[in-house]
Ligand binder design. Structure first.
Ligand code: GTP
Length: 595
């Protein structure tokens, strides 16, 4: 056990985590340089394209230091706020963390939030100043930031480059020197922490764990605490580049288990594995059920694709337990599903996977968060869809989720960022200087305001020089009203939103203007109205046009005529008929595009 080192890498997006991980694999000869596919650890196509590690994985390396061979387990952590619970469990499985900071960018929001998580878990932190090869690197200045943040000595910071390989051996040595070996009692009853799982279409669910106490042998009968279910450990092993089966995995080590589990719902990140005979007394601390926070309707463009969509969502759920869905119907869109996501990125990923892996053409409606609606009898109901709101006369009050958000930026952008947060009903908590002209601003903001165009605005007003991170904080009472959109007098349920009473008129006006831009002119006038209850609060009109696409094709050029008609039909496919109005797909997300 004293020859094992478990560590993770924490870094802000794009600070070079994957590149450095590749170098560690190369320098420990875990992979040969020539076989090194760019970024071995990101093995989903989508991940590679986005450069974001979505699912955490682990990999074992061997490294000889002062004539002793050590086992280094690198546990990869996802880099985005939506997956912060997974990050927290990966961190909990380690004794040390490499804190990577881009020498040109300095400390960013996720550097700090992940660092706090690592410190909470008592991890030994090895600060690394990465991308030292960049001409724009500001090593001294960024080192000052790190020293201020960690209270470490300048000599403890390793200057490195994942690109040139500078400092990589120093990092390996430091992992062995500074990161403590795992503790734990090999003789105690088994206690293994599940920090991740993946779905494999041949083998079912593969759960990744770190053994905190005891050991596990192939064939053992084990139990998962949170679900209470029992399984045979059909195969166990350690994680090299591929799975490497073993007869036994012991205390302190990281491994995997395959036990015939078919769906990801049965394996919960953060759960504890123990033996059925001689079980441990209690689960490892920190288990939480992850709950979807953002909800949206997902509808097939062609209504006959409903069952296919269901099958696709079921398949996606096999390897992504945090996706939830249930059937719902909309007057405007027909039959579809209400899907729950961890956050906006997660929603985007699912949408993209539906398109790429399942070839499903879908319309996604405006995202909503989950509200708590208290009625006058004192009952509380969770509502994730404006149409699920009870009759207003029965509602006592509504509570909405708030996040605590941290924005790190340059002093130049404080003004516009504060204006943005204020416009989103944010409450300023504090403003702290990190070093020089870098400042951290902390706000409490309704999550419902963040899901609508916050990231994009933040990015544009700060010219990219602001990083943002958040976690769920609490629920607070709010004066929310349901705003409906009517097209030629017909309410379009998929366009209804919950909005704050004071913002409703302004919001309604902007929605109508945006829809006017997005809905093409048709052969009759279209009235667009925004209403709260029976009261119309805004209105726009789209004037009629007579569009005859074949008019240009005088004479008999049939094939040209047909081509044009085909083209028009293609265009129509992305339209949805609402009453007598044809509404393009993008109009259903109009609310995200408001200026
Ligand atoms: P996420 O997975 O999105 O969190 O990113 P990451 O932190 O894994 O960063 P990644 O390794 O993908 O690197 C981001 C970009 O920086 C890529 O374009 C790399 O080629 C580049 N990069 C990484 N390390 C270095 C380095 O040491 N020097 C230079 N010059 N570029 C680097």
């Amino acid at each position: 056990m004293n020859k094992i080192r478990n560590f993770c890498i924490i870094a802000h997006i794009d600070h070079g985590k994957s590149t450095l991980a590749d170098r560690l694999l190369e320098y420990t000869k875990t992979v040969e340089g020539k076989d090194l596919q760019a970024q071995v650890l990101d093995n989903m196509d989508l991940e590679r394209e986005r450069g974001i590690t979505i699912k955490s994985h682990a990999i074992q390396m061997q490294y000889t230091y002062q004539d002793e061979t050590y086992i280094l387990n690198l546990i990869d952590t996802p880099g985005h706020v939506d997956f912060s619970y997974e990050v927290s469990r990966s961190i909990a499985a380690c004794e040390g963390a490499l804190l990577i900071v881009d020498a040109a960018q300095g400390i960013q929001a996720q550097t700090i939030s992940n660092l706090y998580m690592a410190i909470d878990n008592d991890l030994e932190i090895i600060p690394i100043l990465n991308k030292i090869d960049l001409p724009s690197a500001m090593p001294d200045e960024v080192e000052d930031q790190i020293i201020e943040l960690l209270g470490c000595k300048r000599e403890e910071i390793i200057r490195a480059s994942g690109k040139t390989g500078q400092g990589v051996y120093d990092i390996l040595d430091a992992i062995i020197d500074r990161v403590p070996a795992p503790k734990g009692d090999p003789e105690a009853p088994l206690q293994a922490l599940i920090f991740d799982s993946v779905f494999n279409s041949f083998r079912g669910i593969i759960a990744y764990f770190k053994i905190v106490n005891g050991s596990i042998r192939k064939g053992d009968l084990v139990k998962f605490f949170a679900t209470g279910k029992e399984y045979d450990a059909d195969e166990i092993g350690v994680l090299k580049l591929d799975m490497s089966p073993r007869e036994e995995v012991t205390c302190g080590d990281v491994g995997y288990i395959i036990s015939g589990i078919k769906t990801s719902k049965e394996v919960k990140v953060g759960d504890t594995i123990t033996h059925v005979k001689n079980p441990c007394e209690k689960a490892i601390d920190g288990f939480e059920e992850v709950k979807p926070m953002v909800f949206a309707g997902v509808y097939p463009i062609e209504s006959e694709d409903f069952e296919d969509l269901r099958a696709s969502l079921e398949k996606l759920q096999l390897n992504d337990a945090s996706l939830t869905f249930q059937p719902e119907s909309s007057i405007a869109l027909g039959f579809g599903f209400r899907c729950g996501f961890l956050g906006l990125l997660h929603m985007e990923i699912i949408q993209e996977r539906l398109d790429r892996e399942f070839n499903m053409d879908v319309i996604t409606t405006v995202p909503n968060v989950s509200y708590l609606v208290y009625d006058k009898k004192g009952n509380v109901k969770e509502v994730h869809n404006p149409s699920g709101l009870p009759d207003p006369t029965l509602i006592d009050y509504i509570e909405e989720p708030y996040i605590r958000a941290s924005v790190i930026t340059n002093t130049t952008y404080i003004g516009p960022i504060m204006t943005l947060c204020l416009g989103k009903r944010g409450i300023l908590l504090k403003q702290e200087y990190i070093s020089g002209d870098r400042v951290e601003i902390t706000y409490d903001i309704p999550l419902g305001e963040i899901v609508i165009d916050f990231y994009d605005k933040l990015k544009s007003i700060s010219k990219g020089y602001a990083s943002f991170d958040y976690h769920m904080h609490d629920y607070r009472q709010a004066k929310l009203v349901k705003m409906d959109i009517l097209l030629n007098g017909e309410p379009v349920d998929a366009l209804s939103t919950l909005t704050h009473q004071d913002n409703a008129v302004n919001f309604g006006r902007r929605m109508c203007e945006k829809l006017k831009e997005l809905i093409p002119r048709q052969q009759f006038d279209i009235a667009i109205q925004a209403a709260v209850g029976a009261k119309i609060i805004a209105r726009e009109t789209i004037k009629a046009v007579r569009k005859d696409v074949t008019a240009k094709c005088y004479g008999g050029d049939i094939s040209r005529k047909r081509k044009l008609l085909e083209k028009q039909k293609e265009g129509k496919k992305r339209m949805k008929q609402v009453g007598n109005v044809e509404v393009p797909q993008k109009a259903f997300l109009a609310v995200l595009k408001l200026d």
